[in-house]
Design a binder for this molecule. Structure first.
Ligand SMILES: *Cc1c(COP(=O)(O)O)cnc(C)c1O
Length: 380
């Protein structure tokens, strides 16, 4: 356990305990309190663009509330990037709606604007105007936001940005999480900063954020007794967790720098004829490099992603395949899909390398030397 090299483990900065202690000292041990307010302010200040933020129990909860606020109901259709973590798509099913999956393009690995438009045109021709578009910034890489927003605007469909992996990334100098009608963040234990578990909903529309806070606290009407005219949820962030978040915000910039330097390290050390890296397409894209990912393309195909993954696992080094696209998942079998197989190719060949901001130089060297060993063994 101790010597294991993890894909992405929590990395405390030091101030977290001070905020958590304050919560104890003042007895704010509840899903509200000064840390929750403070963490929301910190995020609003960091993201800029006049956004408002509701701190919630998870990124998944934030996405669920976003769809409720956009009035996604049973029998509606919601477009979602296929290549992503299941949490991007599950809230569509919570609402009884149908996900329509869209493939990735190969520059950013995120939603293809071309197939997005094809999907919209085809769904409309079948009689359904999609209710929302969920676009994801995988591994911190910004999606092609200009093109995606242009398509969404043309058909007047609101965009929900899943920025769970992308806090600290920017597109054309603007923070991810500020482009969508609504956006979500995650502070799960493996993300770039963590509150142990947690998430946030972000929007310029203050009414929506107020509504999210209302729905997240059991939708209690303003009355001395317990009065309800909406179905509510218990989705608010704990004041303890928010204390961790406030401490983490103080080191976010350092975390981005450390993760970006992991990427540069691996890129310098691995053979470019075999390992393809996901470079930022232009200077307009700035990735937080939440995870460093590579496409393994060995000419003779003797060594593939899986051979490397299993060899590293024996050495107690955790790596993972890229996200398996949602249109290939048994649970979403039969859902409409628009694409050309790009995400399937990425899934087949892609590997996520250990990427924590707390990795030591020795640990990263151990990863590299074990990858080199796999190739040396194949020649011998
Ligand atoms: C982590 C993650 C989520 C879910 O966030 P939780 O806080 O774990 O609920 C959603 N989408 C993506 C792309 C993620 O990586």
């Amino acid at each position: 356990m101790n010597n294991k090299i993890w894909l992405s483990s929590p990395h405390m900065g030091g101030a977290e305990e001070k905020y958590v202690k304050e919560a104890f000292d003042t007895n704010w041990i509840a899903p509200l309190g000064p840390n929750v307010d403070g963490f929301e302010k910190d995020l609003e200040g960091y993201l800029g663009s006049d956004v408002h933020v509701a701190a919630l129990s998870s990124g998944t909860a934030a996405l669920h509330l976003a769809l409720i606020i956009l009035d996604v109901k049973a029998d509606d259709e919601v477009i979602c990037q296929s290549m992503t973590f299941a949490a991007s798509a599950n809230p569509i099913a919570y609402q009884g709606a149908t996900p329509v999956f869209v493939d990735s393009e190969d520059r950013t690995w995120n939603m293809s604007p071309e197939y997005l438009e094809k999907a919209i045109v085809d769904r409309i021709s079948k009689g359904k105007q999609p209710k929302a578009i969920i676009v994801v910034h995988l591994y911190g890489m910004p999606a092609e936001m200009d093109q995606i927003m242009a398509v969404a605007d043309r058909y007047e469909i609101p965009v929900v940005e899943d920025a769970a992996e992308a806090l600290g990334s920017t597109y054309k100098g603007r923070k991810l999480g500020t482009f969508g009608a609504m956006s979500i963040l995650s502070f799960n234990g493996n993300k770039i900063i963590t509150t142990s578990g947690g998430g946030a909903l972000v929007s310029k529309n203050e009414e929506w954020i107020k509504k999210a806070r209302f729905l997240a606290t059991q939708a209690r009407d303003n009355a001395p007794h317990y009065q309800h005219s909406h179905i509510g949820y218990n989705y608010r962030m704990s004041n303890i967790c928010a204390g961790i978040g406030r401490g983490q915000m103080e080191v976010l910039q350092e975390r981005v720098e450390a993760r970006r330097s992991n990427y540069n390290f691996y890129k310098n050390e691995l053979d470019a004829s075999i390992f393809k890296f996901a470079d930022e397409p232009t200077a307009e894209y700035f990735s937080n490099r939440w995870l460093t990912t590579v496409i393994v393309e060995h000419p003779e195909r003797v060594i593939d992603r899986e051979v490397i993954r299993l060899a590293l696992e024996k050495e107690n080094i955790e790596t993972r395949p890229l996200w398996k696209p949602m249109h290939l998942q048994p649970v979403f079998e039969g859902a409409p899909f628009y694409g050309d197989g790009t995400s399937e190719q990425l899934f087949e060949k892609g590997l996520c390398l250990p990427s924590g901001s707390n990795l030591t130089f020795e640990e990263k060297n151990k990863v590299i030397s074990n990858i080199h060993k796999v190739f040396a063994a194949s020649i011998a």
